[in-house]
Design a protein around this ligand. Sequence first.
Ligand code: PLP
Length: 393
Amino acid sequence: MITPVMPTYGRFDLAFERGEGTYLYDENGTRYLDFCGGIAVTLIGHAHPHLVAEVQAQAAKLLHTSNLYRIPQQEKLAERLVEATFADTVFFCNSGAEAVECALKTARRYHFANGAPERYRLITMDGAFHGRTLATIAAGGQPKHIEGFEPVLDAYDRVPFGDLDALEAAIGPETAGVLFEPVRGEGGINAIPHELLAAIRILCDKHGILLVLDEVQCGMGRTGKLFAHEWAGTAPDIMATAKGLGGGFPIGACLATEEAAKGMVPGTHGSTFGGNPLACAAANAVLDVVLEPGFLDRVQELAGYLGQKLGTLAARHPDVIDSVHGVGLMRGIRCTGTNGDLVAALTEQHMLTVGAGDNQVRLLPPLTITEDEIDQAVDALDRACATVSGASG
Ligand SMILES: *Cc1c(COP(=O)(O)O)cnc(C)c1O
């Protein structure tokens, strides 16, 4: 008999009651070190006092009004994102997939507004993940996400991950732009080299097409800069972000330059819930923390510490760890065995992680983590590797 909750997920038999910082507590009060972060969502840890206070205060005043009216919290959030990024304008929605969806629509409308509606196709990369709507599973192109949902939107031309020559060769008269994750997440952590990102920017300009970045997972400070593309010293025309933006409250955003957004005039796009007062109060509270002077420097420091510890760990367990990937506080451990076995062994050690493509285990701790908590995680990894190694050998 089907369960009341539609059975689309494979879940651990674990339920959490409360969280505090980097820790989650299950129904029995058992403490877990949270390196999953609700899949890169709980950016400033659980129950962050400032986030809790701002959400509580807003909830007591006003939850929702719709976009029929001005929303001061949304205006404030947009102004801050515009101030802090390449963008001139922001559309708010409720999830990563919706943010990508808006990015795709914005790209099409740009060329439509330019009198070139035939430019509707996006070049995407192998192993990408852009969400689970019909348009975004087509963009991601993963057979496991597409099976049984065909026909998918025929609007994407996929090239090998990070292959500049293939990318240029794929540009044609119907190309609207290029869409990819500066640091791939779901498909296995893999960062696009900075020089390559800069080269793709130049290529886009040369061909009059748009650079569209999906920073749903790698954005919001996770790499040690507010957005990952900043490391390349360049900027996209359009960018989707979500996950960490609300620190656990669902909110997504599509950021764009004025030029790229020129087709997005009144009536072209909308969302009932998008950017409502409560969601924007949460995101503003997260920004208060992340934009605090010195915060991202601290993330870079912690990232260096984590990277160094993971290097040592990998050297200690070559039988379990094939290689370590990623940047900032977004790392992937590629396993020699099955990644699911290491995730399970870590759960046994009361440390939460999440698998990814490329046989990786993802580490996505909150940006508020401490060195001591990183040490605890590395100890748990050390013990888990020992059990996995023992099981296979
Ligand atoms: C998670 C993710 C999405 C989809 O976000 P949802 O909130 O699950 O819709 C899109 N792109 C990337 C890069 C992601 O990591």
